[in-house]
Design a protein around this ligand. Structure first.
Ligand code: ADP
Ligand code: MG
Length: 238
């Protein structure tokens, strides 16, 4: 069974149709990248999966169950954004455990979860620092730490690396790939960067103007692009 099914999903803002009957299914452990230029509807789709936007038409299902009407907190999803939105007055440790604290997770379990996540992300030596004392890449790791400790069924990333410089972007790409392999979680990842998409994805959905042009494994999209738009966008040889 598919873990995530996006079934003829539409989104309109008034008369503006930003997503037109998008259908995508992925399995457990898949790394789906939504790839397309700015304005094609990637974030809108991701926000609908997260429950941050309402769905105009169609259905989104997780493990066979419709989530259209579930509030974001009941969706078992964690999201990492481009802007990290860490709490500036809290330490790294406090930032990572904050969600667990709200859910009244016991201190011992919180400590364990923070240790596991920070070891995995190699930020254990930074736990007592404040966000202002961290580099951009370190902050992004903390943001991922916060997401990991929730052990979500589904991880959503919205252009998480676009604020980082080129060298760091490549490092973090490797890091995210490693995380995916280690945790085996299902990921939906939004980017406009073709190389990022091709290196990270197990499945790529190439989008244009609210329509999925092609959904396949990266190699297949590259080797057998569905149309000229896809070929140009992923840089397939002519
Ligand atoms: P992407 O993430 O691919 O850059 P978005 O999903 O952010 O694209 O936006 C898709 C389209 O929807 C754009 O044309 C954008 O202007 C429009 N849009 C996004 N949010 C709103 C909104 N709240 N109201 C009206 N239009 C919106
Ligand atoms: Mg966006």
């Amino acid at each position: 069974m598919s873990t995530l099914e996006i079934d003829r999903v539409r989104k309109a803002y008034g008369n503006l149709e930003v997503l037109k009957e998008v259908s995508i299914s992925i399995g457990t452990g898949d790394f789906l990248v939504l790839l397309g230029p700015s304005g094609c509807g990637k974030s809108t789709l991701l926000n609908m999966i997260a429950g941050l936007e309402t769905v105009t038409g169609g259905e989104i299902r997780i493990a066979g169950r419709t989530i259209n009407d579930l509030s974001p907190k009941d969706r078992d999803i964690a999201m990492v954004f481009q802007s990290y939105a860490l709490y500036p007055t809290m330490t790294v440790r406090q930032n990572i455990e904050f969600g667990m604290k709200i859910r009244k997770v016991a201190q011992a379990d919180r400590d364990k979860a923070v240790k596991t996540a920070s070891d995995l992300l190699q930020i254990t030596h930074l736990l007592d620092r404040k966000p202002s004392q961290l580099s951009g890449g370190q902050r992004q790791r903390v943001a991922m730490g916060r997401a990991i400790v929730r052990e979500p069924k589904l991880f959503l990333f919205d252009e998480p690396l676009s604020n980082l410089d080129a060298k760091l972007r490549v490092d973090m790409r490797t890091e995210i790939k490693r995380l995916h392999v280690r945790l085996g979680t299902t990921i939906v990842y939004v980017t406009h960067d073709q190389i990022e998409a091709m290196t990270l994805a197990t499945r790529v959905a190439v989008m244009k103007d609210g329509v999925v042009q092609q959904l396949d494994e990266p190699q297949a999209v590259y080797d057998r692009p569905a149309n000229v738009y896809v070929a140009r966008f992923v840089g397939s040889p002519a």
